[in-house]
Design a protein around this ligand. Structure first.
Ligand code: SF4
Length: 138
């Protein structure tokens, strides 16, 4: 069972091949394949299967980029999507919410992220991803 932290629901949907290391990118691509076929995942508010291949993961479930910062984004993502940590979901179940995300909600989750600042992520791209997830490849 894939384990995903809240804000990584946004990261995976927006992932376009850039990341913190080669291993990180490879791992993201593998998890993204599972997303494309509407696989199920366990929602977390802590380090997950994406973090496992990340060079920023520190002992004790901490993150080099700021443990509290990433936890805040987990909570924000879980709240705007109307989900609950500890529950199982399928991507198809949250596709509609991703496709209907408001600018304000997107800013709360992604506003301070470096990848958005680099121009890789936007609300428009997230909406497109949500629409794609409504019709998984199977
Ligand atoms: S360890 Fe930190 S930077 Fe790396 S994937 Fe997890 S939350 Fe993101």
């Amino acid at each position: 069972m894939i384990r995903l932290r809240g804000h990584h629901l946004f990261c995976l949907s927006l992932f376009a091949g850039k990341g913190y290391s080669g291993d990180f990118v490879k791992n993201m691509r593998n998890i993204q394949k599972q997303q494309e076929t509407d696989g199920s995942f366990l929602l977390l508010e802590r380090d997950d299967d994406v973090c496992l291949a990340c060079p920023n993961l520190l002992p004790g479930s901490r993150c080099l980029l700021g443990t509290e910062n990433v936890l805040d984004r987990d909570r924000a993502a879980i709240e705007v999507l109307g989900l609950a940590a500890g529950e199982l979901y399928r991507w198809g179940e949250i596709a509609e919410r991703l496709a209907g995300i408001t600018e304000e909600e997107f800013e709360v989750v992604c506003g301070k992220c470096r990848w958005k600042a680099e121009g890789l992520c936007s609300r428009e791209k997230l909406i497109e991803a949500g629409k794609r997830l409504r019709s998984p490849k199977g």
